[in-house]
Structures are given as C-alpha cells and as structure tokens.
Design a protein around this ligand. Structure first.
Ligand SMILES: [Zn+2]
Ligand SMILES: [Zn+2]
Length: 265
C-alpha cells in the first residue's frame, strides 16, 4: 500500500482551486493506492476564527457538497485507487463539548480523520500559531518567550490526545511539531526533546497514529518534516503506526518529499 493521507481540496478557504481530479490523477500516476482528503473541518459551534483572513475552516455550507463530490469520485475511481473521505479537525482548548458535537454530527459519514492543534489559548484569546511568523513572534512576546509558546503547544497537543471527544474522535494526530514551523524566524533554540518524547508516549498509550507530515520541509523557516526525522524513527521503534501525509493545499505539493521522509523512517 502506498498512501498519502493528509490532503486538502478545492474546498479549502486558504488553499487553491485545484480540482479533486487533479490530485487523484496525480496520485494514480505516482503509484499511490490509497489517499485521504482531509479538509479542515468546520469550526466548532461558537468559535470565532482569530486569523486576520478568517479562512481557517471549511464553511459549514460547503460540508455537504464536499462529501457528496467525494462520494461520487470514490466510486468513479474505485478500480484505480482507494479514496477516503476525511476531515482535519481542530482541537481547541475550551471547545471540547462543541468539537464532540461536531464529530458526532459528521463522523458517521467519514472514512478517515485527523486531530490537529493550530490554535493556542492564552487569557481567553486564541492564536493560530502557524498562520505567519509575525503572528507567531507576537504571540511569543505575549507569553514572554519562545519556550513558553513551545510548552503551551505541546501541552495542548497532549491534552488533545487524552481528551474525551466521543466515539468519532480521530485516530491520528496531525503534525505534532507544527510549532517548529518558524524555528528559523527567531534565534532561540528550544530543547523540546522531552516534550516530543512525552507526546509520542501519550500517543502510544492512547493508541494513536502519527501523521508523518512532509509539509514542513517546504516551509522556508522550518526545513524539516513534522515531527523531525529522528522522532519519526523513534515513533516507529515505539510501535506507533506511521501514516504519511503531504498536507498538500495544491496538486503540485501532493506527495511532496514522500521518498525522503519515507525512506529515512
Ligand atoms: Zn490548511
Ligand atoms: Zn494542519
């Protein structure tokens, strides 16, 4: 099985209009046997998107057409490739009840899903830590240091792993070192070894898969996968199931760095 299980779509408000067919045909051409579309799920009820462009989440009205279109394509391409219908759900501290509701509503129609942390809570306000280096650095100033941002990030990811989110909680944790995205945009070298190891241990304990996410390699301030290669190896040694994801927001990025990430893990 050759799998890419973290792919965005023409429905992504901050992605591209590249068609599903463009992604699917490329995957088939490259010998992939199994792909998951995992668009950003709609925001949990009552959550206000704090990014300036307000485009982090799938519009609620787009959910039905997204699933409907994928159901059609899944059948159409069934002979050539397995297409899984999925979503990337946000874990947002304080919205556990609303997220559970969302999962219960949509979960039954999905084949696959990912649980990711993009928003961090500080004093009742939420910051999207992967939006831009500017937003990231501002947030670090708010928290007093880059180290504090890292600690808060891993604590939130760890809470996402142990959170009770009902029967449809995703089985896979998305890019659990996303906080490295802007590591070259500042001079602080944070030793987060223990925090990553603890996160992996929790994933193992709670039986989660790891989204081995290659997108960070393409980010100018990151230049490494999420999590870094050494931790992909460690996760494998620990017996955590690894699931490759290119996190493509355009067809061009589909399967990006697959060989590099996969062969070294
Ligand atoms: Zn996205
Ligand atoms: Zn993500």
């Amino acid at each position: 099985m050759k799998r890419d299980a973290h792919i965005h779509s023409p429905y992504c408000p901050h992605g591209t209009k590249d068609s599903f067919e463009l992604y699917i045909e490329k995957a088939i051409q490259n010998g992939f046997t199994d792909i998951s579309f995992t668009e950003h799920a709609p925001a949990p009820h009552g959550f206000i998107d704090s990014v300036p462009t307000q485009d982090s989440f799938l519009n609620r009205n787009s959910l039905e057409p997204y699933i409907f279109e994928l159901q059609k394509l899944k059948k159409m391409y069934a002979k050539d490739i397995t297409i899984k219908i999925g979503l990337e759900f946000d874990f947002i501290e304080g919205y556990e009840k609303e997220i559970t509701q969302l999962l219960n509503d949509i979960g039954p129609t999905l084949d696959d899903s990912i649980l990711s942390v993009h928003f961090l809570l500080n004093e009742k306000s939420y910051t999207c830590i992967d939006f831009s280096s500017h937003v990231f650095l501002d947030f670090a100033e708010q928290l007093g240091s880059i180290e504090n941002v890292y600690s808060l990030y891993y604590k939130t990811v760890q809470n996402s792993i142990s959170a009770e989110l009902g029967a449809f909680k995703p089985k896979r944790i998305g890019h659990p070192s996303l906080i490295h995205k802007f590591r070259y945009a500042h001079d602080t070298l944070v030793d987060d070894h223990e925090m990553i190891v603890k996160t992996l241990q929790l994933m193992k304990e709670y039986n989660y898969e790891l989204d081995v996410n290659s997108a960070g390699l393409a980010k100018q301030y990151c230049l490494e996968p999420y999590p870094p290669q050494a931790y992909i190896t460690l996760a494998k040694e620990m017996g955590i199931p690894l699931v490759f994801g290119s996190d493509a927001h355009r067809a061009e990025d589909l399967h990006q760095y697959y060989k590099q990430v996969y062969n070294n893990s």
